[in-house]
Ligand binder design. Structure first.
Ligand code: ZN
Length: 154
């Protein structure tokens, strides 16, 4: 396995090693970038359509990426947007990088479900009591379908 620049106490580096609370199904992985689905949310069940795009290397922000990492992340965001659009028919696919909590770059890519009422904030599907939920098996099947949208052939 390549020797990635990781930090022992970083939750996202740990996630990439398959350890810790953030581990979720991997949708795409290559030598530069990992795309996985969020599993944490309020209550039980998993809200489908929430991906994280992360460089394997432990870097805090966009400014610290190499050019190959930059293009890999941009490509993953494009593939992920197309995948979410095709599989979940959302009203929107949102993309954001905030980086306020964990100092390992992570791009959020997530949907607004079609039926989500307008009075819920754009970024707050978790507050919607009737949000769609999946169990682990349903999520695994979704991630398998999403994964077909990634890769060099697109
Ligand atoms: Zn890290």
């Amino acid at each position: 396995m390549p020797d990635y620049d990781t930090t022992q106490d970083c939750l996202i580096c740990a996630k990439h090693r398959g350890i810790g609370p953030l581990v979720g199904p991997v949708v795409h992985a290559d030598e530069l970038v990992i795309v996985s689905h969020r599993i944490l949310g309020p209550g039980s069940g998993i809200v489908p359509g929430y991906l994280f795009i992360e460089p394997r290397r432990h870097v805090a922000s966009l400014a610290h990426l190499t050019w190959p990492e930059t293009t890999a992340i941009a490509h993953a965001a494009w593939c992920g947007s197309r995948a979410l659009d095709a599989e979940l028919a959302p009203r929107h696919v949102f993309s954001l990088i905030a980086g306020r909590t964990v100092a390992h770059l992570h791009q959020h890519l997530f949907i607004r479900p079609p039926a989500m009422p307008d009075h819920f904030a754009w970024h707050d599907v978790d507050s919607w009591p009737d949000r769609p939920l999946m169990d682990a098996d349903e999520l695994a099947a979704l991630c398998t379908r999403l994964s077909t949208w990634f890769g060099a052939h697109h």
